[in-house]
Design a protein around this ligand. Structure first.
Ligand code: ADP
Ligand code: MG
Length: 723
């Protein structure tokens, strides 16, 4: 039996859905948050004053003092030990996009030869993982490699269980000894603070001086693929790169749209239930699940949370999907494009901001007064997206996402805004100046009077726009399925902070403390923003060639690949922007740029090496064996004086030659390295990737001719449809 046949046999034995939770004994909803040291758990276990002080830190970003930390640490330890924990881990999020953790035991030996459990405020607040191997983009030399993890009080600690023990996990920021951010969490926290400061000014202008913190919110829809785990052993490409580097299209792909929202099979559903239960226990409010467009593709989406929490939870969601899939004999693929020819996976990042006194600030609301405030925020967003489109593009740039952006399944690399018909119409009217000042000097007639009531529901939905208004939030759709939402959220927070600062300053100057002037000031400002930035609005089909042309006429950037997109991170205006609001310094921006460039190069090169190896050791041998079979048959036929049509042999021989030539060309490209990282990245993009594709094209042709029993690689048909 061939290796591939063995795999198929193994899968068929293993396909039964696994019952892993006693859901009738305990309803999944009842386990929500049971593994989280949440505010309510703290309230129960902490002295009143300590709890109050901690709550203030969480809600108002106030400083945490050492005495509080000691008490919290002790309560947290007791709670964790009751849950079976023996270890604690500072969890942090390095620039690789991964989740990193260093575990330490609570155990401390005492003089009598016994051991006690110990956990001080200091160990809770600060850790020093060696962690010098994480990329820092030049921020840390090895001789000063200290990196510190610092407890993020705003994200609760939780218990991670494994079959043989449990660990108390503490979400932390990861910084260098000089305090420079080495991670994805630090800038999130900084950007949320910056946004709050500016948003307060707008709220004040509109009469809300409650001072309630404005936080950005995020609900990220995660798309992913599931394949049977057995396939992995015969697909080095999926193991090394998370995607297929070879494979002819299956005869049936997604043409029938029969997978989208289709009935979920028992095996997959069993997996989903367990994922959700695990996430519930961690206090992660996942809500929606369904089949996606491609065969074997699914989606899970949570109820939105504040950006910081949503980012941590999103990261945990990815970890949990991968972990539970294995338990069910499957592999969860988070790569943006695991299979050519069918849809890739994205992570729509729903975004808004709000506070405790008004709720969601991007909800148009029912009254003109709310409408006007909403329109001001909306205009700030329009300005921000237009002004810093290149930043939004840069933060979604990755080797994986390059396969998606611009293919006709995901928004193009051009960043534009979709407002929906009705909202677009409102802004069109603003632009025409149809709504100048309103003379009825009512007490607070701040509504933009000449405008129609705003729709509660966006009505139509444009699925092709990278940045779409969807009724009460914006949806940033260009984010890749494997990416942390941190980059996009930091970018949005910072860009909109800047725009809100601009808008607030304009309105403050125009009104000079006189609320009766606000109405006119708003109208003038909206018109000005539309005149200067309205060209970023596009409500048509973003997948068409006409849009590419139109966008270029409008001067909107179209940065198609990662090496084209990333340099925006170190443009002067961008560095100034992030620096101005204390989100990331010039050094930190440089470090990010260098790290992401490096990541891109590394990813492409791992793929290239995998292509060479698989072509040489898997595909070439299969093809040669088949060639020999054909040649033997021809020889025998000739011996027997039977006419032999050698066309199949000639075709195969030709393809084998082509394959070898392709491999050699790719190897030649890989043999030398450009000194400059950006040049090397460009080479990866413009030369290595096309050379890999050339090898693949030949290999995929061979897949179509070589005898099936000689073909060693599991096919698309098998991987996508056998679950
Ligand atoms: P759709 O597929 O129509 O986009 P989903 O229900 O799959 O809708 O996802 C919508 C996502 O938007 C959910 O994660 C939801 O929590 C999130 N969302 C809703 N309101 C907000 C908000 N104010 N801020 C951020 N995210 C939000
Ligand atoms: Mg969506």
């Amino acid at each position: 039996m061939s290796g591939r046949a063995k795999i198929l046999a193994a899968i068929n034995k293993n396909k039964q859905p696994k019952a892993t939770i006693a859901y009738k004994e305990k309803n999944s909803i009842d386990v929500f948050g049971e593994n989280v040291f949440s505010m309510s758990a703290m309230k129960k276990r902490l002295p009143k004053d300590i709890y109050k002080s901690l709550k203030d830190t969480v809600e108002n970003f106030s400083q945490l003092n050492d005495a509080v930390a000691d008490v919290v640490a002790s309560a947290m330890k007791d709670w964790a030990i009751e849950k079976g924990a023996t270890h604690y881990a500072h969890v942090f999020f390095p620039l690789t996009g991964a989740t990193a953790e260093k575990h330490d035991s609570f155990l401390v030996p005492d003089i009598s030869g016994n051991a006690i459990a110990e956990f001080s405020g200091n160990t809770l607040i600060q850790g020093e993982p060696d962690a010098s191997s994480f990329p820092s983009g030049g921020l840390r030399q090895t001789f000063e490699a200290r990196g510190y993890t610092a407890w993020d009080v705003t994200s609760p600690a939780y218990i991670m269980e494994s079959p043989n023990g449990a660990t108390l996990c503490i979400p932390t920021a990861f910084v260098s000894w000089k305090g420079e951010a080495l991670d994805k969490k630090t800038p999130i926290l900084r950007s949320m603070q910056a946004l709050n400061i500016q948003a307060q000014r707008i709220l004040k202008l509109f009469g809300d001086d409650s001072g309630k913190i404005v936080s950005s919110t995020c609900g990220a829809e995660q798309e992913y693929f599931l394949i049977d785990k057995c396939f992995l052993s015969a697909r080095p490409d999926i193991q090394a790169a998370g995607r297929t580097l070879f494979g002819a299209a299956a005869p049936k792909g997604q043409q029938f749209d029969d997978h989208y929202f289709g009935a979920i099979t028992d095996r997959v559903l069993a997996f989903m239930f367990e994922v959700e239960r695990e996430l519930y226990r961690l206090g992660i409010p996942v809500k929606t699940r369904h089949n996606e467009v491609a065969p074997g593709q699914y989606e899970v989406a949570p109820v939105f949370e504040t950006s910081n929490l949503a980012t941590d939870h999103q990261q945990l969601t990815m970890v949990t999907l991968k972990k539970i899939a294995k338990k069910h004999g499957m592999e969860c693929l988070l790569h943006e494009k695991p299979f050519a020819g069918v849809n890739g996976s994205g992570k729509h990042c729903n975004y808004s901001f709000g506070n405790a006194s008004q709720g969601n600030l991007l909800d148009p609301g029912d009254t003109p007064h709310e409408n006007a405030q909403f329109l001001v925020f909306c205009a700030a967003i329009i300005r921000g997206v237009h002004k810093y489109a290149k930043v939004l593009r840069a933060v979604v740039a990755s080797a994986g996402n390059d396969h998606r952006l611009g293919a006709n399944e995901a928004p193009p690399a051009i960043i534009s805004i979709f407002l929906g018909e009705q909202l677009a119409d409102v802004f069109e009217q603003v632009k025409k100046g149809g709504a100048t000042s309103s003379k009825e000097a009512g007490i607070m007639a701040i509504g933009v009077d000449a405008l129609p009531d705003l729709p509660k529901d966006a009505g139509d939905r444009n699925r092709t726009s990278p940045f779409a208004f969807t009724g009460n939030r914006f949806e940033f759709r260009a984010v890749g399925s494997d990416q942390s939402v941190s980059g996009p959220l930091v970018a949005m927070n910072t860009i909109f902070t800047d725009s809100i600062n601009y808008v607030a300053t304009e309105l403050e100057n125009a009104t000079a403390g006189d609320p009766s002037k606000l109405n006119e000031a708003v109208q003038n400002l909206l018109k000005k923003i539309m005149d200067e930035h309205g060209s970023v609005i596009f409500n048509g089909d973003n997948y068409t060639d006409e849009w590419q042309e139109e966008a270029s006429k409008r001067g909107l950037p179209n940065l198609k690949t990662t090496p084209e997109a990333l340099p925006a991170l170190i443009d002067d205006d961008v560095i100034e922007l992030f620096n101005k609001y204390n989100v990331l310094s010039m050094e930190e921006m440089n470090s990010r740029y260098e790290t992401y460039l490096e990541q891109y190069i590394l990813k492409v090169k791992v793929e290239a090496r995998t292509v060479v190896e698989m072509a040489n050791t898997i595909i070439y041998p299969s093809a040669v064996r088949y060639q020999t079979e054909l040649a033997d048959s021809c020889l025998k036929m000739k011996e027997l004086d039977v006419d032999c049509d050698a066309s199949a042999l000639k075709n195969t021989a030709g393809l084998i030659k082509e394959l070898k030539a392709g491999i050699e060309a790719l190897e030649a490209l890989m043999a030398h390295e450009e000194e400059d990282a950006l040049e090397e990245a460009k080479k990866c993009c413009k030369k290595i990737l096309p050379a890999m594709l050339k090898v693949r094209e030949t290999a995929d042709k061979l897949e179509g001719v070589v005898a099936d029993d000689l073909w060693a690689l599991p096919t698309y048909q098998e991987m996508l449809f056998i679950r």
